[in-house]
Design a protein around this ligand. Structure first.
Ligand code: DLL
Length: 444
């Protein structure tokens, strides 16, 4: 089984992947050594962390074993906002070689920092990511993640170079040019957000390019939630194997976790990022297999160590070993964030549920938007969904049938009736990066 995976889908073993296969006991040794060092570093150099430790009566010596991580205080996103821009740095600016920023939804961005060593670790984990997705030297990667303050572009860039692949730094947007590059440069792998790739497939088709006929073999997607149904759509429409990769600016950027050829969960590069799952209400650690909020500790970050960072991403740890042979634990694909939840008249709805419903119904396109309004004190939810041109023109008398099926699917999955608006193709704004699924007009 393992040999087959390596020789076929994964295209051979790359030495950069070696840490993915450390025996468990050795991995834990590395983790403990690094955990003690990073806690010591944060305690010595980050006042906020030191104060919190003191408040709990703790010193770095409290870390005797890996389980002691549960004693440490959490870090949350508002800590980064409250200490904006540089308050959580543990290195002097002279050692910081790079800054990135993540805009978030409101106000000031959060700023993250990297030393030379951090940038090298980042390239390493991204090289391991691409290797796990079956890329190798000789592959030509079109990097359509945005270059700039967003971590996607540069993170993927250095990782792919470290692997020995050929990188085309095309960045996000300019879809016509993306299609030209894809066609003319012999591109074998592409990375971007899944929603942008769906747009790319459509646009290519409109200009008479069928991606299935190109050498493109692998798609590496991340930075936003996407469903298995979306994966099936992408794989069928573009003739690629589509992999999910995960990461966040606060921890490093992309490169925290990646799928492998098995495509059943994402391996966390846990020699650098230690995962825990907690109950988001009680903050108590949950056992493997239980769903909860992912909490990550950077084990080797120098410029900005993050101790027990609450990601707000909801997942669970898969404890069974993976057929690829990696010893790294896996997390289930992240379908939702705790702060994505929309509460409509007492019913909890996640955008991913709406997506799952519409991908079930033939005649719809995977472009949708959820619009929230308030009328006379009552929350209203409308879902705008694009349908195919045939359905929209009602030539095949399908519009009402699609509406009925979709309404039923949404009610079945979400337990709520929504105001459905079926619109023609290309009505909903496309994003070059992360798709904006929810438009909240409730002024709250
Ligand atoms: O999105 C880093 C990244 C770039 C990851 C390219 C993968 C590929 P941020 O902009 O800080 O960083 O956003 C991080 O995006 O907490 C998740 O909620 C979400 N996210 C990232 N990857 C996935 C994924 C980058 N594969 C936030 N599935 C995270 C679901 C994802 N959500």
């Amino acid at each position: 089984m393992q040999t087959e995976l390596w020789n076929d889908a994964a295209g051979g073993f790359h030495p950069v992947s070696a840490p993915d296969f450390l025996p468990e006991a050795r991995l834990q040794e590395v983790q403990l050594r690094r955990l003690r060092a990073v806690v010591g570093r944060a305690y010595a150099h980050v006042p906020l962390f030191r104060q919190r430790m003191e408040g709990l009566g703790l010193t770095p010596e409290a870390i005797g074993g890996l389980a002691d991580i549960a004693k440490l205080p959490f870090t949350v996103k508002t800590d980064l906002r409250d200490t904006y821009p540089f308050g959580l740095f543990a290195s002097p600016m002279g050692d910081v070689v790079r800054l990135h920023a993540s805009s978030g939804t409101t106000g000031k961005p959060i700023v993250v920092a990297y030393t030379r060593e951090d940038v090298d670790v980042w390239a390493e984990v991204m090289a391991r990511t691409f290797a796990a997705c079956g890329l190798h030297r000789g592959d030509i990667l079109q990097n359509a993640f945005g270059y700039g303050l967003f971590t996607g572009g540069l993170g993927a860039h250095y990782g792919a170079e470290a692997l020995g692949a050929t990188v085309i730094p095309v960045s996000g947007g300019n879809t016509e040019r993306q299609i030209m590059v894809l066609k003319d440069f012999g591109v074998s792998a592409l990375c971007c957000t899944p929603s942008y790739f769906v747009h790319l497939i459509e646009r290519a088709r409109e200009v008479g390019v069928d991606l299935r006929e190109l050498p493109l073999r692998v798609g590496v997607f991340g930075a936003e939630p996407w469903s298995d149904a979306m994966r099936a759509h992408i794989e069928a429409e573009a003739g690629v194997k589509a992999y999910d990769i995960y990461g966040l600016s606060e921890i490093i950027g992309p490169g925290v976790a990646s799928e492998c050829a098995v495509q059943e969960g994402l391996h966390v590069f846990e020699d650098h990022f230690y995962p825990e799952i907690i109950d988001p209400e009680t903050c108590q650690p949950l056992p493997d297999g239980a769903e909860g909020e992912l909490v990550l500790t950077t084990l080797s970050k120098k410029a900005m160590p993050m101790i027990r960072y609450r990601t707000r991403d909801i997942t669970r740890i898969i404890s069974e070993p993976c057929a690829c042979g990696r010893s790294l634990r896996r997390i289930r694909r992240i379908g939702r964030r705790s702060d994505d939840m929309i509460i409509i008249r007492g019913v909890n709805v996640f955008p991913s549920q709406i997506e799952a419903a519409l991908l079930e119904v033939e005649g719809t396109l995977p472009h949708y938007q959820i619009i929230l309004t308030r009328e006379r004190g009552l929350d209203q939810i409308a879902v705008e969904v694009e349908v195919t041109a045939e359905v929209f023109s009602d030539k095949i008398r399908a519009l009402e049938a699609v509406r009925a099926r979709l309404a039923q699917a949404i009610e079945h999955i979400c337990g709520i009736r929504v105001d459905l608006r079926l619109v023609e193709p290309r009505t909903i704004a496309r994003s070059e990066g992360k798709a904006r699924r929810v438009i909240d007009q409730r002024n709250i």
